[in-house]
Design a protein around this ligand. Structure first.
Ligand code: BTN
Length: 252
């Protein structure tokens, strides 16, 4: 593994319920070296954001959970980890899809879903354990659709294989993901503002009028940015702007 610490300590599981849950259980019992990754290609009860599940056909896709100790971040800066992880996944996709015409379509749908065009290819679930004002440890859970070719329509999902018309080696996804995650993490550690520009550049629907469900009402709005604490900023046709938490706005 061509990294300094991410993926240097690998815990491979033939099958597991959730790599995030597994990593969190291990962290309760012992301290894991920073960059440890728990991974599987057969995750049976993957967990997603907003209490959702993350579905994956056995042995087709990758489920990765990295353990990090971002002690340089304050609790109110934890959204930066979402930016960091989403950008690392976007970097990885840019490399794997370099031979396709999809490069420009790799987007981060706030807060940290990764899309190609209008379809989801990766999901991220970050679980932080806080101690007073700092983050004691962070489990960065990343699910990437690699070789799955058929998805339930309701999932609106795609995979690397569908987009590139070829099979990928899942272990290579682990290797590249570890490299890009480390690079973005070190960039963040070096300068916590340095990810903002790249994140905005990749932000799905930035400066575009589109439909959202806001408090149960379908409304036209335009995403204008994301605040430091991770709230979505949107403008309405009245000219008014508002900030939203995850549960307050839904993309339509
Ligand atoms: C989402 O789209 O809502 C986030 C999905 C996150 C899935 C990953 S797969 C690896 C890690 N383990 C889990 O149980 N969830 C995350």
């Amino acid at each position: 593994m061509k990294t300094l610490f991410t993926g240097q300590n690998c815990i491979y599981l033939n099958v597991t319920d959730s790599t995030n849950s597994y990593a969190i259980t291990l962290l309760r019992e012992s301290k894991l070296v920073e960059g440890t990754v728990v991974y599987t290609f057969h995750q049976q009860k993957g967990r997603g954001q907003r209490g959702n599940t993350w579905e994956s056909e056995p042995n087709k896709n990758g489920a990765f959970s990295y353990v990090l100790y971002p002690v340089f971040l304050q609790v109110e800066e934890q959204f930066l980890l979402n930016k960091m992880a989403a950008l690392a996944v976007a970097d990885l996709l840019a490399e794997f899809l370099a031979d396709t015409d999809k490069m420009q379509e790799i987007k981060i749908k706030w807060p940290n879903d990764v899309y190609v065009g209008t379809q989801k290819i990766a999901g991220i679930l970050i679980e932080n354990t806080l101690r007073e004002r700092t983050i004691q440890h962070s489990v960065i859970g990343i699910g990437i659709n690699v070789n799955q070719l058929v998805f339930a329509k309701s999932l609106n999902a795609t995979s690397l294989a569908l987009l590139a018309n070829k099979e990928f080696v899942p272990e290579q996804v682990l290797e590249k993901l570890s490299i890009y995650l480390e690079a973005r993490y070190l960039q963040l550690k070096n300068n916590i503002k340095s990810l903002d520009g790249a994140y905005l550049q990749r932000l799905y629907r930035l400066n575009m009028w589109a439909k959202y469900n806001v408090s149960g009402v379908a409304t036209e709005a335009k995403i204008t940015g994301v605040t430091d604490s991770g709230k979505l900023e949107a403008e309405f046709q009245s000219g008014e702007t508002k900030e939203f938490d995850l549960k307050e706005i839904m993309f339509l």
